[in-house]
Design a protein. Structure first.
Ligand code: GLY
Length: 374
């Protein structure tokens, strides 16, 4: 088979956004994935929430996430122009809710952190919170309102991004990536399950949680972080926007999707690739969701599933050089894969096309962990 300019391992949102942008820049691109969009892209609730997901010490990640959020409206416009399908952006904002006094103290600290960073967040008292979201329990003590934190449905976004990529000339090979092909220490393609291969001048690794264990690659510190997540039906009109909450110290989020869907997530577990949906996981999520929004009791439990976030030691993605010539990384997006999709595609395609790491990607190079790149 004739070598292509770029082979992308992984057809989730991240891999497709890189492939689409690279094809638009004139490269011949092949994406390899046996079941594109069936990993973290399928499980994610689709919160575009840099502020409400911001963690202490993660300011660089916050800036990256804000830059990607800023690109979302134009990204969806461009996808609509390319495919004729508009993926809606839910713009009702996000409430970060506290349930008891300890939860409210945590929220007060969080608000101080937001103010230090110059982020726009408003404190609401219990009554104001329920005026905004009347379905919330009267026991909710207060909340922070983050008007700029939005959401999108990744299950709507993925097929549209795939159609745009294919429309731009990207070829999809439906095989499992078995390993990286190398020659004289340089990446030169992908080996496929069953014996085939895709030869390429450059390979982008976008295998999400599998990125850390692929045969032939240098060490990449990405591990699977298990999340159990629920999908409920019958929630039309229940919530306007995303509700994140601390319920007696435990985090939960509720994200309305489509006409009557509600996603409730998610556990955070260090259990490798364990795929079990546990009684305890489902219980905790439902218990906290019902404490917050009693009307959840009436909804249909439509789906339970487990997937894995691609976690890194500092919770930020790994973008750019890998230490191996010809191998570029677009992985480790942990809790922010959907949010970082537009920007990752742009930055990684720019690096592949120009050979120059874009400034925005510089803080996220692999060498921050003390290895690579060359
Ligand atoms: N971003 C939500 C999660 O990782 O569960």
């Amino acid at each position: 088979m004739t070598p292509v300019d770029l082979a992308v391992a992984g057809g989730g949102l991240i891999g497709l956004s890189v492939a689409w942008r690279a094809a638009q820049r004139g490269l011949s691109v092949t994406v390899v994935d046996d079941a594109p969009g069936s990993g973290a892209s399928r499980a994610a609730a689709g919160m575009l929430a840099p502020v409400s997901e911001a963690g202490y010490g993660e300011e660089a990640l916050l800036r990256l996430c804000l830059a990607s959020l800023e690109r979302y409206p134009a990204f969806l416009d461009e996808l609509a122009d390319a495919t004729g399908v508009r993926v809606p952006l839910r713009t009702a904002g996000t409430l970060v809710v506290g349930f008891d006094d300890d939860d409210m103290r945590v929220l007060a600290d969080l608000q101080r952190f937001h103010v230090e960073l110059g982020l726009e967040v408003h404190r609401l008292l219990g009554r104001e919170v329920r005026r905004r979201e009347p379905a919330l329990s009267p026991r909710v003590r207060g909340a922070l309102h983050v008007a700029g934190d939005l959401s999108v449905d990744p299950r709507e976004l993925h097929p549209v991004l795939l159609a745009a990529a294919e429309g731009a000339g990207v070829r999809l090979v439906r095989s499992r990536v078995a390993g990286l092909l190398t020659e004289d220490g340089r990446a030169c393609g992908l080996a496929l399950d069953g014996g085939g291969e895709v030869r390429a001048s450059t390979v982008v690794l976008a295998l999400g949680p599998r990125s850390g264990g692929l045969a032939g690659t240098p060490p990449i510190p990405v591990r699977p972080v298990k999340g159990q997540i629920l999908r409920l039906r019958g929630a039309a009109g229940l919530l306007e926007g995303t509700v994140r909450a601390l319920v007696r110290g435990r985090s939960v989020y509720l994200v309305p999707q489509g006409d009557d869907g509600l996603v409730v997530g998610a556990t955070v577990e260090e259990r490798g690739f364990d795929a079990t949906v546990t009684a305890g996981g489902v219980h905790d999520l439902l218990h906290d969701a019902i404490e917050l929004v009693p009307g959840v009791t009436e909804l249909e439990l439509a789906e339970t599933l487990t997937r894995w976030r691609p976690g890194t030691p500092d919770n930020a993605p790994v973008l750019g050089a890998s230490g191996m010539p010809g191998l570029v990384l677009a992985t480790g997006h942990h809790r922010n894969g959907v949010l970082l999709t537009p920007l990752t595609g742009e930055l990684v395609a720019e690096l592949v096309v120009s050979g120059e790491p874009p400034a925005l990607a510089a803080p996220f190079a692999l060498d921050r962990f003390g290895r690579g790149p060359t």
